[in-house]
Design a protein around this ligand. Structure first.
Ligand code: MG
Length: 365
């Protein structure tokens, strides 16, 4: 029997290592080289699609990590998909997202439809470019102030500082606020805040305080929001629509960070964004230091009108000396341009794959 044209015929997994322009330091560690797993899927009719697994090198942000993602893709998810089965794996949303995005990209290319337009059918007309926030890692005061100035200069409409309760981090927030009283300023604590730090941050008119308490501590995030009048943005806590509904019922989220990687792909992420927006929450698409592949897919989501807070996604040049794709760029107003064209709108360049891929494996149906 001939397989249907849209059936997956072959999947290649590629391990890439992309040097970051500047290491990013946050509560959960420092990233210097971005280790990613790219997925290339070929359908029976020859259509090809790409996806990216954005898990970090070590399991410090969530429990996924790039080597683990490679294993679960290679040994479980890809064989199941090639056998025509529904993937049967608990967890591993970033590995899952890589595979589902590659399949969606291939299918959309086959149909000549852009991902943003596809998502827009259910969620409203996508914008051609999106306002962005700049995420600035932990560091000394001079470095942080210089980074904020540079990002304001190139058009960021929000600046977010990575923080912990350490006095140096909290002093940096006060310094930035003093230097730019009108700046739209936010912080991301990656689950580390205590009441004292929250009370100090409450003095700085922050657009939001991201993930103040650990992922499971929804009551703690709700309490900090209530006690100090903070607008809490949840990131790690929001793993599904159900988790979001619990957070909303408790008053633990006034803003939601949707990341296609954390939520298992752009379609489930769009569903979370829809539920959050309908509940009156602010919504933005967070970043995972993606390559152009993951960044393009996430931008298609960020372009939807349900995402009304500046995205963390920035131009390739802000993070990487060289991207695997043609670079994601800014427009004249400093907004990130959403790639046009079928599927996610970008493909890896062969010369860049040669330079950055250090392992690959192809599985066939
Ligand atoms: Mg975050």
């Amino acid at each position: 029997m001939t397989p249907p044209a849209h059936a997956p015929a072959a999947v290649t997994l590629l391990r890439v290592a992309l040097p970051l322009r500047t290491p990013l330091r946050s509560a959960h560690g420092t990233e210097e080289v971005r280790h990613l797993v790219l997925v290339r899927m070929e359908l029976a009719d020859g259509s090809v699609g790409w996806g990216e697994c954005s898990a970090l090198e070590r399991p410090t942000y969530t429990s996924e990590w790039s080597a683990g993602a490679w294993s679960v893709l290679h040994d479980q998810l890809v064989p199941e998909v090639l056998a025509g089965e529904e993937p049967d794996v608990v967890g591993h949303p970033m590995a899952f997202a890589a595979l589902t995005t590659a399949r969606l990209d291939a299918d959309l290319r086959r149909r000549g439809v852009a991902l943003a337009a596809e998502l827009g059918q259910a969620h409203g007309r996508p914008a051609p470019a999106v306002a962005r926030g700049a995420v600035i890692g932990r560091g000394g005061p001079d470095d942080v102030l210089a980074a904020v100035e540079a990002r304001i200069h190139d058009g960021a409409s929000l600046v977010k500082l990575k923080v912990t309760p350490a006095p140096d981090d909290l002093d940096n927030v006060a310094r930035v606020r003093a230097a730019w009283p009108d700046l739209v300023l936010a912080v991301d604590a990656n689950g580390t805040l205590d009441a004292r730090a929250a009370s100090l941050l409450a003095e700085h008119d922050l657009a939001y305080v991201e993930q103040p308490r650990p992922p499971d501590d929804l009551l703690g995030s709700a309490e900090l929001a209530r006690r100090f009048g903070l607008r809490v943005a949840l990131d790690e806590s929001v793993t599904s629509v159900d988790a979001l509904r619990s957070a909303l019922a408790l008053g633990a989220a006034q803003v939601v960070n949707v990341k296609p990687a954390r939520l298992g792909g752009v379609r489930p992420a769009a569903e979370v964004a829809r539920v959050a927006a309908d509940a009156g929450c602010g919504v933005f698409v967070g970043g995972m230091l993606e390559s152009g592949i993951g960044r393009a897919a996430a931008l298609a989501l960020a372009a939807l009108p349900i995402c009304d807070v500046p995205t963390d996604l920035g131009p390739s040049a802000q993070y990487l000396a060289r991207d695997v794709t043609d670079p994601i760029e800014l427009d004249a107003d400093g907004r990130v341009v959403v790639p046009v064209g079928p599927g996610i709108g970008v493909v890896p360049r062969a010369d860049r794959l040669d330079a950055f891929v250090h392992d690959r494996s192809t599985l066939t149906a």
